[in-house]
Design a protein around this ligand. Structure first.
Ligand code: SAM
Length: 364
């Protein structure tokens, strides 16, 4: 079992590389959400730069991970800004992009994909790409230096693992065959989210130029206890595996995920209380675990429910496996994800999460 005292910022990362279980190969739902959100990105950028554009536009993507979505975010922003410059009849700016993620992120995989990105861009777009490893819960850039922040599917990760229940209470629950936490959002998680998100907003407002803005997309929750979340489903399965003696009870007792799914009104309240940003837009997109709710033309073609469940489970494996493996060891991963896939197939129609899309501008 790995030491859970290792700080989250040194431990958390998605499955790297480009193999079958990599995030790069299993990030198509985040991609679909990004395309769905593109008109809001366009609206945000157009509003910020309705009169003029900087000569060098500095943009940071926070929690970029590695894979096709990393450069897709950049590409969308370049396209939108270039159209704005056409409309304003000015030269398109030079772009400087800062790709941010935690230290364990597969930055090398991103670097290897940059030449292809440069080749496919129009020759008149000058674009410098930099990496900025570190946690976005704190200062990453000099004051007044960034025009725009983008972050997709990252802000539901917390800076540290909250202590959900005392170890004694959990052991008592195991004895009753019920280790898993029934509520996915106990008060200690909400408190941690509030502290983290406030620090995030404060840091970004310091780094943004006056009038700068950001577009944030992350997983939230409806105000309903019926919602099943991936961490909730993992807990149910891990609980079964403890009862079948496949996992040590003590390992499960000491396992928590640094994740929180906030309600839209909760997020709005934190933004208001922190006070640096004006909410231009805050809305929720219903996202099913297999992405079908995002398929206007039903693009994903599945043979049957099994294939659909398998697809959803593979996507979640790419995200959650490094954390689970660090704690429970590599040996049980195939069994754990086999069970996860079976449960996902059974529960699929109920498996949705709201995705919060928030457009903010810095208050001068
Ligand atoms: C699911 S991936 C999203 C990747 C990409 N933005 C997309 O939309 O496909 C979430 C990323 O957020 C990163 N992340 C989580 N907490 C972070 C933090 N405090 N600072 C920087 N990155 C963080 C993770 O390492 C992970 O790569």
């Amino acid at each position: 079992m790995a030491d859970m005292a290792v700080p989250v910022e040194e431990m958390l990362h998605m499955n790297g590389g480009d193999g079958e279980t990599s995030y790069a190969n299993n990030s198509s739902i985040a991609k679909k959400v990004m395309m769905r959100v593109k008109p809001i990105l366009e609206e945000t950028i157009n509003k910020m730069f309705c009169f003029n554009l900087p000569t060098c536009m500095k943009v940071a993507d926070l929690g970029c991970s590695s894979g096709p979505n990393t450069l897709l975010a950049i590409s969308n922003i370049v396209d939108i800004v270039n159209e704005t410059s056409l409309r304003l009849k000015v030269e398109p700016p030079t772009f400087q992009f800062f790709l941010n993620d935690l230290f364990g992120n597969d930055f090398n995989a991103i670097f290897k994909s940059i030449p292809e990105f440069y080749h496919t861009r129009k020759p008149d777009t000058t674009c410098f790409i930099n990496a900025t490893p570190g946690t976005f819960y704190g200062i990453l850039f000099p004051s007044n230096s960034i025009h725009f922040f983008h972050s997709s599917f990252s802000l539901h990760w917390l800076s540290q693992v909250p202590d959900l229940l005392s170890a004694e209470a959990k052991i008592a629950d195991v004895d009753k065959g019920n280790i898993y936490v029934t509520s996915i959002s106990p008060p200690s998680c909400a408190k941690q989210f509030k502290e983290d998100f406030t620090l995030f907003l404060r840091s970004r407002s310091q780094e943004l130029v006056p009038g700068g803005g950001m577009l944030l997309t992350f997983i939230g929750r409806y105000d309903s206890s019926q919602n099943i979340s991936p961490p909730g489903l993992f807990r149910i399965i891990l609980n079964d595996m403890v009862l079948e003696n496949l996992i040590e009870e003590a390992d499960l007792v000491h396992f928590n995920m640094p994740i929180y799914f906030a309600r839209a009104d909760e997020v709005r309240g934190i933004i208001k209380e922190e006070g640096s940003f004006l909410v231009e837009r805050l809305e929720c997109i219903k996202t099913s675990w297999d992405g079908s709710s995002l398929d206007e033309a039903g693009c994903e073609s599945f043979k049957d429910e099994n294939e659909r469940g398998e697809f959803a489970a593979k996507i979640l494996r790419a995200v959650y496996e490094p954390l689970l493996k660090a704690h429970f060891g590599a040996g049980i991963m195939d069994e754990l994800f086999f069970r996860f896939q079976k449960k996902t197939v059974q529960l699929l129609p109920k498996l949705v999460y709201p995705t919060l899309v928030i457009s903010l501008t810095k208050i001068a």
